[in-house]
Design a protein around this ligand. Structure first.
Ligand SMILES: C[S@@+](CC[C@H](N)C(=O)[O-])C[C@H]1O[C@@H](n2cnc3c(N)ncnc32)[C@H](O)[C@@H]1O
Length: 184
């Protein structure tokens, strides 16, 4: 499963059964995705949305229900993921970009909503430190960056228990242990 150092290949592979695998691998995946909508200020109506690491389009699919008229830019390093989005979204104002975050030219003040679902954790620290200032500049005044992820503070007293429960869930769905190894 692991194709180290090549996120695009890893996710080309993961794209085959993506949503079901995410539900099996990530506790609360669907509920966490809903937080992109639940956490928004009242009356916030974005016009240009950037989906960073869009995957097969689950976040955009949700946002389209609320903001069907917005312009969308979907960015992902995996060509297979971008292809899944292209097949899924027709009749919408969507631009597709197959690129790593570090190679993407972020246009200044171009977006009023930037979303990143479970994608930024794939970046090394240095890449994250480069990415956030670019996103900040790419946001219009009053714009919002929204991120979902599943992170466990290693120093928290519940860390061992949470990790055990998470591992039990993943190994229940993928008994050969490979998926859990990949996640870890
Ligand atoms: C776990 S998936 C999340 C997909 C979707 N956002 C969701 O919430 O279901 C992570 C996605 O981010 C993409 N990705 C990870 N690191 C990336 C990077 N540095 N540049 C571009 N895409 C990246 C992967 O190809 C993958 O499609």
């Amino acid at each position: 499963m692991r194709v180290k150092e090549n996120i695009a290949l890893e996710f080309d592979e993961f794209s085959k059964n993506y949503t079901q695998d995410m539900i099996a691998c990530v506790p609360h995946y669907l509920a966490l995705n809903q937080s992109f909508i639940k956490g928004l200020p009242k009356d916030f109506t974005p016009h240009h949305i950037l989906d960073l690491g869009c995957g097969n389009g689950n976040v955009t699919a949700l946002l389209l229900q609320y903001f069907p008229k917005a312009q969308y830019t979907l960015l992902d390093a995996s060509p297979q993921m971008i292809e899944l989005c292209q097949k899924q979204f027709k009749d919408y104002n969507i631009q597709y970009v197959t690129s790593y975050f570090k190679d993407f030219s972020f246009e200044e003040e171009a977006y009023d909503f930037v979303v990143a679902g479970f994608s930024i954790h794939h970046c090394e620290s240095a890449e994250k430190q480069e990415l956030f200032p670019k996103v900040y500049k790419a946001l219009q005044k009053g714009g919002i960056l929204s991120i979902t992820d599943l992170m466990i503070n290693k120093k928290h007293e519940d860390h061992p228990l949470l990790l055990k429960e998470w591992g039990t869930q993943v190994n229940h769905h993928f008994p050969d242990g490979e998926k859990w190894k990949w996640i870890m």
